[in-house]
Design a protein around this ligand. Sequence first.
Ligand code: ATP
Ligand code: ZN
Ligand code: MG
Ligand code: MG
Length: 471
Amino acid sequence: MELDKMDENDWKYHGEGNKSLVVSHVQHPRVLRLLKYPAEDSENPPQTAEQAYRQIQNIVDFSSNVMSSLLGEKFIHSGEVVKLPLEFVRQLSIKVQHQRPAWRCDKVMDIYSGCALCLPNLTSPALHQPTHTPPLCIEIKPKCGFLPSPKHVSKDIKTKVCRYCMHQHYKVANGKWKRRSFYCPLDLFSGNRQRMHFAIKHLIEEPQNNFKVFKGGQCIYSSKEGSDESPDMNSLLHHLRPYFLHANNRMNSHVTCKAVLNDFIQVLVNALLSSGGGDGGVVADRQAEGRSFCEASIFNKERIRHGSRGLPNDSVLFRILQTQMLDTLDIEGLYPLYRQVEQHLQDFPKERTRLQIEGPYNEAFLEKLQKCPAEDDGSVEYAVAKVHQYRVAMTAKDCSIMVALVPSSEEEEDNESLSSQRQLRDFRPPAFSYSASILDLDPKPFDSIPRQLRLDQKIVTCYLRTGGALP
Ligand code: ATP
Ligand code: ZN
Ligand code: MG
Ligand code: MG
């Protein structure tokens, strides 16, 4: 990419989250991720260009030095900071403005710093040779996959109903979403195929901001916040149908919508359980079986035909769950340690650097959180290590998985169809090669912790007031 010859016509709107806006290159498999800030500050950027550069460099460092070693390098693409011409950024922001969803426009794209994060475009993977059938990429934001330990929580309900399910009630009560989703992360992270299938089915039915489908790099399925309408499932099935026509040796016309959807979900479950190379051993389910079932999930336990084997230990879900579980104390148990660190920093401001509160996110930072003493010895080092662990877990609870499904080329299929296997088994799953990546690995700010505690209290209070009553 020649940074001095940037042309806004080579880039198009790709998507956005709460903190950044993403544009993709029209030819090369690359995206630029730009910062956003509140619209009321649009005349008055909240930080200088140097600070913006530092912030993005921190994201790269956090991803490549910390999250990558916890989640597994093979899943992570950290990218690099780039400095763009301001005129290009300004034109780009004008160009994409009308494509942005209205409900995201409470924030504006940063046009002052000229800094962005350049990443590979994970929705247009170049696995194997390019085929004429474009790849399907599925983005899942799985959220937290375990229940906190009863030791640290003040409300019993937190050990029974997962955070995501409680948060759903809060969001519906506050009008953020019209309907609650029946997706439960504990089903997705269970490693049990039936529960995972169930979870993904509900993600598709009510995607909110947890599920998107891209075809050939274009988003073809997502939901609109605050909207009454459900996303168009028929349109999704229309896109998916050609990928699953050969499945199960059905005649084209006999492939029902239900069968297409089932095949699609099954391929996704396979991709999520695949170990992506490596030995792929299976580890026991979360030690306490009681902590892996959510009472709010509408999955009927009695339906389980096969016991849970747990997640393969180098699957993408396993690595994310392990990292989430670095939150061992829950926000309630962590908060006093946060206060201890805060007090220490007030007394000794220079300690901020040594304790790496705002980075740098290097190997020393990783070591601080990995070499945390087992017991609270009262030291500030212990408190800092737990705070660092909590922040890393927060990032893992907020990241997305991008699963890329690349249809095998026709030739490969022909060779395969010669094999006697096809005659032996009536069922032949559609041939895809798959890969998984993890995206959105920003460090969560130290001072966001008090906000986390307040939000937790609001969610639990709201659930106890309205929760059990709602369907
Ligand atoms: P959140 O609100 O979830 O924290 P965010 O503001 O941190 O989001 P991202 O999740 O990183 O932003 O990016 C927003 C969206 O852009 C993603 O949900 C995804 O659809 C798309 N996206 C981000 N990075 C890439 C990438 N490398 N390749 C393809 N698409 C991407
Ligand atoms: Zn749940
Ligand atoms: Mg995101
Ligand atoms: Mg994010």
